[in-house]
Design a binder for this molecule. Structure first.
Ligand SMILES: *[C@@H]1O[C@H](CO)[C@@H](O)[C@H](O)[C@H]1NC(C)=O
Ligand SMILES: *[C@@H]1O[C@H](CO)[C@@H](O)[C@H](O)[C@H]1NC(C)=O
Ligand SMILES: *[C@@H]1O[C@H](CO)[C@@H](O)[C@H](O)[C@H]1NC(C)=O
Ligand SMILES: *[C@@H]1O[C@H](CO)[C@@H](O)[C@H](O)[C@H]1NC(C)=O
Ligand SMILES: *[C@@H]1O[C@H](CO)[C@@H](O)[C@H](O)[C@H]1NC(C)=O
Ligand SMILES: *[C@@H]1O[C@H](CO)[C@@H](O)[C@H](O)[C@H]1NC(C)=O
Ligand SMILES: *[C@@H]1O[C@H](CO)[C@@H](O)[C@H](O)[C@H]1NC(C)=O
Ligand SMILES: CC(=O)N[C@H]1CO[C@H](CO)[C@@H](O)[C@@H]1O
Length: 649
């Protein structure tokens, strides 16, 4: 159910996005293509802090690149997994295209994690990170060239001579340019033009740039007689092509199919503008509001129409509300971005999430998603108040909860005393209710994917509210968020999800089970192993089989509740973490088991897992997340219970 005031802008938005995709690409793929990704061979020793630094570095680069098409950054320090980064758009991109290209590279690059270094060449930009300062590096042994598969069929000798002349000229001139960028074209024969560019990263000095280009030139001419060649070097990029690949290159190339295409596109955009203007007028009339018809570019139009919705916040307001995203206001870091506390001019307290991914590219779909999620409301779900898409980055606005998150209490030796049995039980039940609602009762079926103690927020009365739900749907196609955001939460992930990528509600139920056991034992899974090296889960299972489960109860809770109740909760936790997804009860049943007085709950029959070689798997963690199908080292078979599972922190 969408009200009128929203549906019309959305309509326009959808329409516009269709037009935009036609404009930008004939086959409806708006993302620039990835030329090649190079992942380093070394793995990070400490993936969690490495990932955080990675994200911070990318956040800095994102803002620098938006300003001037180039940026370097470093986060962390030498003793704590520093991450250096460098990003640059090629000289021919407009600033909007540059951001789109950056987004594409930013989304794809984390697939290399936990490698300690990686770089990616996208058609239009470059992005790299490493655990050392590489900003003046010009070469390494992975430098290579990528040649097109089409070959020149006639005038081969002229082509060779003239194209190598062009490449020679460009690469010997680019380093003298202010921005180390030079583009040019020559005519080989009638009807055949060759276009080329040469460009260095701006962090190099002049001699470095000259050297790099010289080596790139040698490598790219090795592509002859391919019609397209690209040299991908550590410090620079050289390309030639018979296609006009850079902007501005096609204007003079008369008579070609390109020109005709441009014409068609121009016609389409005129038509589109007419329709949009018509739509806008209609909409403006309905809303009886005045919208200034200033000339903005296409994406601003989408954004403007969204800005009018009730869910929309002004970027500027949110920036002010959070005191310019002051570190002191930072509440934490979630799967999709960092969260800051803010106070609106009217005194309302809010939590503002800065998304890792700049969603400008998919702004319309994204907004649609926000619209849907904002309709999913339940007392145990954090309320989404709206978003901001018009500024330099995408922000989400949530209600603010006073008492931060469950982990801050549960794993703090002093604060955990505030969580008496009654509060803990309410948290367990409330979380189950919220999750049951997400799985079954909301209009859209939502699998949370990231249930863990830091995603359970607490209000003043210590009532639990689940945070961070819904977005996973939107980012579902991008496994990359797994490696950035979830790396630290692998301890909660169901074996079938980690290993086979099978994502159903059952994976949430597993995570919920881990959460329940953490809440009653007051221990974090994996953080406290006994001298014999037993994990929390195997300890619990051991006590369950020898009927001494109450010994695992958090000492703070002794004498606060009946043994029967405690055992009931333990059993629910164990039922939910059984290795076979089919044996885990659905959430509505969990709620029933927890609150019914009948206590006729089945007994867990299967241990959570048998931890054979947890340590070995650990380093493979984030890789396993996005390479589900690949045969990874681990030998896992859920049914045979011969599991080796990722260790928690
Ligand atoms: C889009 O077009 C490019 C070349 O024009 C092609 O390589 C690519 O496979 C196409 N993508 C899809 C999804 O069709
Ligand atoms: C990988 O680690 C080895 C040994 O620590 C080091 O010598 C090498 O330079 C590293 N390689 C990269 C690409 O970081
Ligand atoms: C560097 O990291 C160490 C260990 O995490 C920390 O104690 C120290 O304060 C950091 N130094 C700086 C300058 O950030
Ligand atoms: C990285 O190295 C370059 C050149 O040596 C230097 O200018 C730059 O400041 C260094 N960056 C950092 C973050 O140390
Ligand atoms: C390269 O530069 C030289 C000198 O400016 C010029 O004569 C020649 O035509 C150029 N070659 C190409 C292919 O642009
Ligand atoms: C330029 O950078 C290179 C490394 O890429 C370095 O070896 C050289 O000393 C630098 N030259 C100057 C003049 O700074
Ligand atoms: C819990 O901790 C143990 C030991 O640290 C580990 O083997 C297990 O994979 C962790 N995660 C889960 C989901 O139990
Ligand atoms: C850490 C924190 O903010 N704790 C607060 C949780 O809520 C209770 C009740 O409002 C406060 O007394 C605590 O200070």
């Amino acid at each position: 159910m969408v009200s009128n005031s929203i549906s019309i802008p959305l309509l326009i938005t959808t329409f516009f996005s269709t037009i935009l995709s036609i404009l930008s690409d004939e086959n409806n793929t708006t993302s620039p293509t990835v030329i090649r990704t190079f992942c380093g061979n070394n793995r990070s020793q400490n993936p969690e802090s490495f990932d955080v630094n990675f994200v911070n570095t990318m956040e800095i680069i994102s803002s620098k690149i938006a300003d001037n098409g180039f940026g370097t950054a470093v986060s962390g320090n030498s003793s704590s997994d520093p991450v250096y980064g460098l990003g640059q758009c090629f000289g021919y991109l407009s600033s909007i295209d540059c951001r789109l290209c950056y987004v594409q590279s930013r989304v794809k690059l984390p697939l290399c994690l936990p490698a300690t270094s990686a770089r990616i060449f996208v058609d239009g930009c470059f992005l790299a990170y490493a655990d050392y300062n590489f900003s003046d590096y010009i070469a390494d042994n992975s430098d290579t060239s990528v040649c097109g598969s089409n070959k020149i069929e006639s005038n081969l000798i002229e082509f060779r001579e003239i194209t190598s002349g062009l490449v020679q000229n460009l690469s010997s001139e680019a380093y003298l340019e202010r921005n180390y960028y030079k583009a040019g074209r020559v005519s080989v024969s009638k009807g055949m033009e060759v276009y080329g560019i040469a460009e260095c990263w701006r962090s190099l000095n002049m001699t470095g740039c000259e050297e790099c280009l010289e080596s790139a030139r040698k490598s790219v001419v090795g592509c002859f007689p391919a019609t397209d060649g690209k040299a991908l070097n550590t410090g620079c990029y050289v390309r030639y092509s018979t296609e006009p690949f850079y902007e501005g290159s096609s204007q003079a190339s008369g008579g070609s199919s390109v020109l005709r295409r441009r014409l068609k596109v121009a016609l389409a955009s005129v038509l589109a503008s007419l329709v949009v203007i018509g739509g806008a007028i209609l909409w403006a009339k309905r809303r009886a509001s005045t919208t200034s018809p200033d000339d903005m570019d296409d994406s601003s139009d989408i954004i403007r129409s969204i800005s009018e919705s009730r869910l929309s916040f002004k970027y500027e307001d949110l920036r002010k509300a959070t005191n310019n995203f002051d570190q002191g206001n930072k509440l934490g870091q979630g799967g999709y971005g960092s969260v800051y506390k803010g106070i609106l001019p009217d005194g309302r307290e809010i939590a503002v999430k800065r998304l890792f991914f700049n969603t400008r590219q998919w702004v319309d779909q994204f907004f649609n998603e926000i619209n849907l999620i904002s309709q999913v409301q339940h007392k145990n779900l954090v309320k989404l108040l709206g978003c901001s898409v018009e500024g330099p980055e995408s922000l989400l606005v949530y209600e603010y909860l006073r008492n931060t998150s469950l982990d801050r209490f549960l794993f703090d030796p002093f604060k955990k005393k505030e969580l008496d049995w009654g509060r803990r039980f309410n948290i367990i039940v409330g979380t189950a209710e919220g999750l049951a609602y997400l799985h079954e009762a909301s209009e859209i079926r939502i699998i949370h994917r990231d249930i863990k103690s830091s995603n359970i927020l607490l209000d003043e009365g210590f009532k639990p509210k689940i945070a961070d739900f819904g977005l996973a749907r939107y980012f579902a196609n991008d496994q990359s968020h797994l490696s950035t955001g979830l790396a630290g939460t692998l301890g909660y992930m169901a074996p079938e999800y980690v290993v086979h990528g099978q994502l159903t509600e059952k994976a949430d139920i597993y995570s919920y089970g881990i959460l329940v056991l953490e809440v009653v034992t007051g221990r974090k899974n994996g953080s406290q192993t006994t001298s014999e090296g037993h994990s929390l889960m195997s300890q619990i299972w051991g006590h369950y089989t020898s009927k001494t489960l109450t010994e695992m109860l958090d000492p703070c809770l002794h004498d606060q509740c009946s043994e029967e109740l405690v055992l009931n909760v333990f059993h629910v936790g164990l039922l939910c973490t059984q290795a076979s997804p089919n044996l885990r009860p659905p959430m509505w049943r969990v709620v029933e088991m927890l609150i019914s007085k009948a206590r006729n709950i089945p007994l867990p029959t299967q241990p959570p897992f048998i931890n054979i070689k947890g340590a070995e798997f650990r380093n493979d963690g984030s890789e396993a997340c996005h390479q589900f199908s690949s045969s990874s080292k681990s030998t896992v078979s859920v049914n045979q219970l011969s599991l080796s599972i990722i260790r928690g922190r």
